[in-house]
Design a protein around this ligand. Structure first.
Ligand code: AMP
Length: 184
C-alpha cells in the first residue's frame, strides 16, 4: 500500500519551531532567557507552516479581526489575518498611534506600562483573535483583552508562538481560549 501524504501534525511543527527558536541568556537583563524568534523568520518554509497552523487553529472561530501586539506580534499577526481574510488591528506602545485611542495600563516588575489601540478600530460585535510571539506573565495579553472590550469587541482566542508555562500567563487570561505552538 502506498502511503498518502498527511496534513502536517502540530507535533512536527512544534518540534521544528522549538529546534529553531534561539535562547539568549541574560537578555534584556540578567536572569531572563530571551526566546529569540528571528531564526524562525529566516526559514521561509517554517515561517509559512507556523502562520498556516496559527490561522488553521482559528479557522472555525469566525473572527472578524486579528489584533496584533507590538512589536513581534505584528510579524505573526499580519499573515494570520490575511489567511483568515479578516481585518488587522495594531495594539501599540503609547505615543505611536495618531488617531483617537483607548489606553490600558498594566503592571511590570517595577512600575507600569501601557498599550493603546484606535478607539474606532473594532466596533460593536467584533470577534477578535489576539496574536503575539510569547506569552510570559500574561500582563500584556490581559491588557490587550481589556482594550478590545473597551472598544466594543470580544476576544474569542489568544494565539501565541510560545507559552512560557512556568510563568503561568494563562492565569490572567481565564475565560478565553489560549493556543500556543510551543510550550516551555
Ligand atoms: P508578559 O506581559 O509578561 O506576558 O510579556 C509578554 C511580552 O513580553 C511579549 O510581547 C513578549 O514578546 C515579551 N517577552 C516576555 N518574556 C519574554 C522572553 N523570555 N522571551 C521573549 N520575549 C519575551
Amino acid at each position: 500500500m502506498i502511503a498518502r501524504p498527511q496534513p502536517e501534525g502540530r507535533a512536527a511543527l512544534a518540534r521544528d519551531v522549538r529546534a529553531t527558536v534561539r535562547d539568549v541568556p541574560d537578555f534584556p537583563k540578567p536572569g531572563i532567557i530571551f526566546k529569540d524568534i528571528t531564526p524562525v523568520l529566516l526559514d521561509a518554509a517554517l515561517f509559512t507552516r507556523l502562520t498556516d497552523s496559527m490561522a488553521a487553529a482559528a479557522a472555525a472561530l469566525q473572527v472578524s479581526h486579528v489584533v496584533a501586539i507590538e512589536s513581534r506580534g505584528f510579524i505573526f499577526a499580519a499573515p494570520v489575518a490575511q489567511r483568515l481574510g479578516v481585518a488587522l488591528v495594531p495594539v501599540r506602545k503609547p505615543g505611536k498611534l495618531p488617531h483617537r485611542r483607548v489606553r490600558e495600563e498594566y503592571a511590570l516588575e517595577y512600575g507600569t506600562d501601557a498599550l493603546e489601540m484606535h478607539e474606532d478600530a473594532l466596533g460593536a460585535g467584533a470577534r477578535v483573535l489576539v496574536v503575539d510571539d510569547v506569552l510570559a506573565t500574561g500582563g500584556t495579553a490581559a491588557a490587550t483583552r481589556r482594550l478590545v472590550e473597551r472598544a466594543g469587541g470580544t476576544v474569542v482566542a489568544f494565539s501565541f508562538v510560545i507559552d512560557l508555562t512556568f510563568l503561568n500567563g494563562r492565569h490572567q487570561l481565564v475565560g478565553t481560549s489560549v493556543d500556543a505552538i510551543v510550550e516551555y
